[in-house]
Design a protein around this ligand. Sequence first.
Ligand code: IPE
Ligand code: IPE
Ligand code: MG
Length: 249
Amino acid sequence: MDYRALIDPVKTPKHIAIIMDGNGRWAKQKFARNRIFGHHNGVKAVRKTTEACRQIGVQYLTLYAFSTENWNRPSTEVNALMALLVQALEKEINDLEKNGIQLKAIGNLGDLPKATREKLEEGIYRTRNNKKLVLTLALSYSSRWELSNAIRQIAEDSKAGIIEPAAINDELISSYLETRDLPDPELLIRTSGEQRISNYMLWQIAYSELYFTKTLWPDFNEEQLYKAVWDYQQRERRFGKISEQITAK
Ligand code: IPE
Ligand code: IPE
Ligand code: MG
């Protein structure tokens, strides 16, 4: 089916968040090659997904690339992933710049090795004026880490008299999160068949539509993205109301 043709441009999600999962299993399936081979092929899927989002006018794409918990993997894999990031950014920055894509990052970036952080900062700087699509990489990110920081900062600002405790509401909390410049995602996609959130954007996905696919991340592509968006568009988002209220014009 040509899902691209079925997408309603009026109902395109502004923000899609993705938990890119399954690189290791993909590599295993390919003649038991090592997991790093899967991560390398995962970069190609990032490229395809970004392009598909750009094509249909998605404005924000936020990719879970490395979680706080992923630091607990064997150091050979962690090091390879950090090196791969440098390599992928080196290769892609020119195209991001040219294609109107603004690169951003969320997470504890201070934890990243210097070379990775510097490449990332270069990419962010060089694409800072781009407007077509904001591509955010979540790196050394976890939602509880983000929320703990936000709560600590809110407490400090409250103690310092910068904010009144009575003024703490949804909007204020959102403004203390790493994602303060991004709208909440309408759609969250997770690949590889796992149906869990793994500490990703817990606050921001309060009302996101969830889409799980068995496809392993390196096999994810434009068509799969269009299919997910089409599936999202078939749903009725009620936000607590009843169906009649939503359909009544
Ligand atoms: C996702 O693929 C990439 C990262 C978490 C960095 P995995 O590496 O988790 O692959 P699986 O889930 O083991 O197959
Ligand atoms: C989630 O994938 C993190 C990223 C995609 C970066 P994991 O593979 O680390 O998640 P779990 O361990 O299966 O929950
Ligand atoms: Mg995984």
